[in-house]
Design a protein around this ligand. Structure first.
Ligand code: UD1
Length: 420
């Protein structure tokens, strides 16, 4: 089992190019099921999750090539089952449901696995397919959806904001007959990125980026080329890393307008953030750590609120702040698994229901810790860079799901990390 050894007390200083967003890439790959023509996705991050999703497309019969951050998908699907051994490794595999049932009238998808951060039901995905006329059954651990006459446009009203269910609903509605309206849709930049790609493929979508998305169904989509949007969660992770290690960092390709909730909080914390464009028109964010880190409360919320995917990293930052911060997790009920690991490094954190109360310390100390999920694992890397001494992080396969070439990129900015 691979481990990451991190030598602490190093400031993260220099420049890093932010990768394409994992959470945009995964639905975009599934959009490849919606046309026989070639979909070319550029700025594709090389991650175990994107490779796994590509494997799932191959399982469905598509021809997939992935080289140098460019993934091409082509051909028709010949297999409509998404089996347990692939789906159980990654929850986002459920995103094949909408494309398959819309295009081929049938899909059989294993109930998903993924990060163990709560029960994570799939009822909203199922209701969305039913709202478009699919017949859905749950049997033998599989979701079976059929629409032999094709899907019909309809109203989809989500009781809870769900990123994945919105993506499935959008993809299915693109090929449904007539108009579909999605109410209480997720507004994440990754949803807009998917919609922009589908529009380039011939879909008729409006309202993406707001809570109401309207889709006029078309009979077929065609090939297109699309660039995956920059990963705001990766950018946010590195911003927090610079802030808590006394660093000064430039994040190339990163968009501050996708991180306004983090920006509002970090300005109160004392961090200096500015955005701009290079001569070639590429966006960037500059970060400068404060002399003293102030404790500021946060509550996670769907976009444009504070991202749950940055909660663990922010908790690492508050572990070394002046004062006490309350961090409320409202999206997932079991997303404090990093707390005992941060406590092993000397952090003072107590949990009361969905709230973590973090009292900052002057410094953390290196310790053996365990990565428990994707975002928890990067929070431990950041804490380890700020801590004194050496931290050994085990079960780092979680990191490889979401951060491409992490050690190489952090090393160029002064971090000391060794995989062993
Ligand atoms: C996506 C992101 C994940 C992020 C999360 C919330 C991807 C690949 N993953 O996950 O990184 O943490 O959004 O920003 O994009 N829910 C239901 N029923 C459902 C579906 C969801 O009750 O059918 C609930 C979930 O349990 C959770 C909330 O809705 O409490 C939000 O989950 P959702 O937005 O669906 O998360 P994912 O799309 O799985």
């Amino acid at each position: 089992m691979e481990q990451l050894q991190v030598q602490g007390a190093q400031s993260l200083t220099g420049a890093i190019t932010v990768s394409g967003a994992k959470n945009a890439a995964l639905p975009l790959i599934c959009a490849g099921l919606m046309t026989d023509e070639t979909l070319t996705l550029t700025n594709m991050p090389d991650l175990s999750d994107t490779r796994l999703m590509a494997d799932l497309m191959v399982n469905h019969g598509l021809a997939v090539q992935f080289d140098d951050q460019v993934m091409t998908l082509g051909g028709a699907a010949t297999e409509f089952d998404a089996p347990y051994d692939l789906v159980s490794k990654m929850r986002a595999s459920i995103l094949v449901l909408g494309p398959l049932v819309a295009r081929y009238g049938e899909a059989r998808v294993s109930l998903p696995g993924g990060c163990a951060i709560g029960s994570r039901p799939v009822d909203l995905h199922i209701k969305a397919m039913q709202s478009l006329g699919a017949i859905v059954e749950l049997a033998d651990g599989y979701i079976q959806a059929r629409a032999p006459e094709g899907l019909t446009g309809g109203d989809i009203s989500f009781a809870t904001v769900s990123v994945g269910a919105t993506e499935n609903a959008v993809m299915a509605a693109c090929l449904a007959a007539g108009t579909s309206t999605i109410h209480n849709a997720a507004q994440e930049p990754e949803i807009s990125d998917l919609c922009e790609c589908l529009i380039a493929m011939g879909a008729q979508i409006s309202g993406h980026g707001t809570s109401t998305i309207i889709i006029e169904g078309v009979t077929a989509l065609h090939g297109a080329t699309h660039e995956v949007v920059a990963d705001r969660i990766e950018a946010g992770s590195f911003i927090i890393g610079a802030a808590m290690t006394g660093g000064t960092l430039r994040l190339r390709k990163a968009r501050l307008d996708h991180l306004t909730a983090l920006q509002e909080v970090l300005v109160k914390v004392g961090v200096t953030l500015e955005s701009g464009e290079s001569e070639t028109g590429e966006p960037f964010i500059n970060v400068k750590a404060p002399a003293a880190i102030k404790a500021v409360d946060v509550e996670t919320a769907p976009y444009p609120g504070f991202p749950t995917d940055l909660q663990a990293q922010y908790m690492a930052l508050m572990s070394v702040a002046d004062g006490t911060a309350r961090i409320s997790e409202t999206i997932f009920e079991n997303r404090f698994m990093h707390v005992p690991e941060l406590v092993r490094m000397g952090a003072d954190i107590t949990i009361e229901g969905g709230v973590a109360i973090v009292t900052g310390k002057a410094s953390l100390q290196g310790a053996p810790v365990r990565a428990t999920d994707l975002r928890a694992s990067i929070s431990l890397v950041l804490a380890a860079m700020a801590a004194s001494g050496t931290t050994t992080i085990s079960e780092i396969y979680h990191l490889d799901r979401g951060y491409a070439q992490l050690e190489a990129r952090l090393k160029t900015c002064g971090a000391h990390l060794v995989r062993c």
